[in-house]
Design a binder for this molecule. Structure first.
Ligand SMILES: NC(=O)C1=CN([C@@H]2O[C@H](COP(=O)(O)OP(=O)(O)OC[C@H]3O[C@@H](n4cnc5c(N)ncnc54)[C@H](OP(=O)(O)O)[C@@H]3O)[C@@H](O)[C@H]2O)[C@@H](O)CC1
Ligand SMILES: Nc1ncnc2c1ncn2[C@@H]1O[C@H](COP(=O)(O)OP(=O)(O)O)[C@@H](O)[C@H]1O
Ligand SMILES: [K+]
Length: 478
């Protein structure tokens, strides 16, 4: 698991640790890690040009000390001081003692433009809002110059706690973060600015994270494995209520995801039966209403369902069932909030940003800019587990004390019609296999994103479904 903590949690842990360590020890740990990564990015240190853009806080201190370490190894290091009179005094002294030099911001543009490596030590977890004009201009010059930009702790200008970006922010090639990931390094739009993120341990003892990201090993522990005693009913049956005359393809895609999620059988309910059977003859198809379809251990309702009276009744019926239910697409428009809140079995909602915006009464842009807030608000509003799709997929539990899961897999090629239907089916299948809602949703998001990456390039939604078994083997080793 990869964990991300809030600024407050980092500050608390830092305070406790600093009380036990000699002054400056933590900053030296940070600077040492920063210098190692800088040297790796440079390849050869001797004779290379390094610029250290330093603000007034400890973030600038880290960068100045790292610059001093590279200067001692023969790099030509110049600090560009945004606030010369308030620069980190000991860090600046160390750099000058190591043979580096310092200039003010006015001379900085030429320095950063010529550098092979630029450290962004403008602001770290103490930052508020976007970059100020002078810093923004300098970092534009750095990018235009073509040197590698290494952000210290996080790209300056992004919000560490939420991933929001108000105004301009640094676009880094690499970010070296200290002690723990910050939510903003994992959640877009900020995550996209962080480049490759390296975590440098500095010994912080941290409590519960705000955000966490599954890794391969976590998936292997979560995914169901059939045993000798398994039969199709014990493995779980998932019911899929999807598709309509207008969108029969959604039924096929949702079923294709469900068939590859480890459930023992898939029941399909709706008007898309012939299309489903043509593609997936193993599906148990019925055309009546959900309660006539036979028993299931979880329901998926909504993809391509349309919004006529029959669809509305099907959604209400499924929500009244005492098994986990996933609601997607048209189902999200047809469901009643009270019906969702009244449920005792788990409910998973899987909106994209537009659907989330409609449910929250906000603008879509607001949801995309503040994804963490949006997913938490939705989970609380509906008392449900919410998987918010998009450039960063997030999964929130109804209990705000539970960390939000951020999906580390995926590719922008997934933004293609029908790929969400596959995800719904896959998630439903994991619910039927009795994974808890948050695990089912986050494991499905992970596999779905990995499957998409395995197709390497332009993809159709069915390609994602067909790559799920390979993604599964990838994480579980067969
Ligand atoms: N925690 C840990 O365990 C460890 C933390 N460490 C390091 O310390 C960093 C935190 O340092 P910090 O607290 O000094 O704050 P920091 O991020 O340098 O910024 C504060 C200064 O920035 C300014 N400023 C604010 N907004 C701005 C903006 N938009 N644009 C421009 N400037 C802006 C504001 O000054 P102002 O001009 O507003 O008076 C203020 O003085 C952390 O990220 C990590 O790198 C490591 O050394 C090792 C252990
Ligand atoms: N920019 C993006 N980067 C990565 N994944 C994305 C991006 N945009 C959308 N996705 C993913 O693509 C899928 C699209 O689902 P959805 O919006 O429901 O589309 P549809 O309704 O056509 O199936 C989701 O898994 C979502 O997370
Ligand atoms: K920074």
């Amino acid at each position: 698991m990869r964990y991300a903590h809030t600024v407050q949690a980092v500050r608390d842990a830092e305070g406790a640790l600093m009380a036990r360590l000699p002054e400056g020890a933590l900053m030296q740990r940070a600077a040492a890690g920063l210098a190692v990564v800088g040297a790796r990015v440079l390849g050869r240190v001797y004779g290379r040009r390094v610029a250290v853009v330093a603000g007034s806080g400890s973030n600038g201190g880290d960068a100045l000390y790292a610059g001093a370490r590279l200067a001692r190894r023969g790099a030509g290091v110049t600090a560009v001081l945004l606030a010369p009179e308030r620069a980190h005094a000991a860090g600046l002294r160390a750099l000058l003692d190591a043979g580096g030099r310092a200039v003010g911001a006015a001379e900085g543009a030429a320095v950063v433009a010529r550098a092979d490596l630029v450290y962004d030590g403008i602001v770290g977890i103490g930052g508020k809002g976007g970059l100020r004009a002078e810093a923004a201009e300098l970092m534009r010059a750095a990018r235009a110059g073509g040197g590698a930009v290494v952000a210290v702790d996080l790209p300056s200008g992004v919000d560490a706690d939420t991933g929001e970006v108000a105004g301009e922010a640094v676009r880094a090639d690499v970010t070296v973060t200290f002690g723990t990931y910050k939510p903003g390094l994992l959640i877009d739009p900020a995550a996209e600015l962080a480049g490759a993120v390296t975590l440098v341990g500095i010994g912080l003892e941290l409590g519960a994270p705000e955000v966490e990201a599954l890794q391969h090993a976590d998936l292997a522990g979560l995914l169901p494995r059939p045993s000798g005693e398994s039969d199709k009913y014990r493995r779980g049956v998932v019911g899929v209520v999807a598709g309509s005359d207008r969108y029969p393809g959604a039924a096929v895609l949702a079923v294709s995801g469900a068939l590859r999620g480890g459930a023992g059988a898939v029941r399909y309910v709706g008007g898309g039966g012939p299309a489903v059977l043509a593609r997936h003859p193993e599906t148990l198809v019925s055309s009546g209403s959900p309660h006539e379809a036979g028993r299931v251990q979880a329901w998926v309702v909504g993809p391509g369902l349309g919004d006529d009276a029959r669809a509305r009744t099907a959604v209400a019926e499924v929500l009244a069932a005492d098994v986990p239910v996933l609601v997607d697409a048209d189902g999200l428009r047809l469901m009643s909030r009270d019906a969702v809140r009244a449920r005792t079995a788990a409910t998973v909602l899987t909106p994209h940003a537009g659907e989330a915006a409609a449910l929250l009464g906000r603008a879509r842009e607001e949801v995309e800019a503040s994804r963490l807030t949006a997913v938490r608000d939705l989970a609380e509003l509906f008392g449900a587990t919410v998987l918010l799709k998009g450039s960063t997929t997030l999964v929130a539990a109804p209990d705000p004390a539970v960390p939000v899961r951020v999906n580390p897999t995926g590719t922008a090629w997934l933004a293609t019609a029908g790929s969400g239907d596959v995800l719904s089916g896959l998630t439903g299948s994991l619910l039927a296999a009795r994974l808890p809602a948050r695990d089912a949703a986050s494991a499905a998001g992970y596999l779905h994103g990995l499957a998409a990456r395995l197709t390497e390039g332009p993809l159709a939604a069915m390609d994602v479904a067909e790559s799920i078994p390979e993604a599964w083997r990838n994480v579980c080793g067969g």
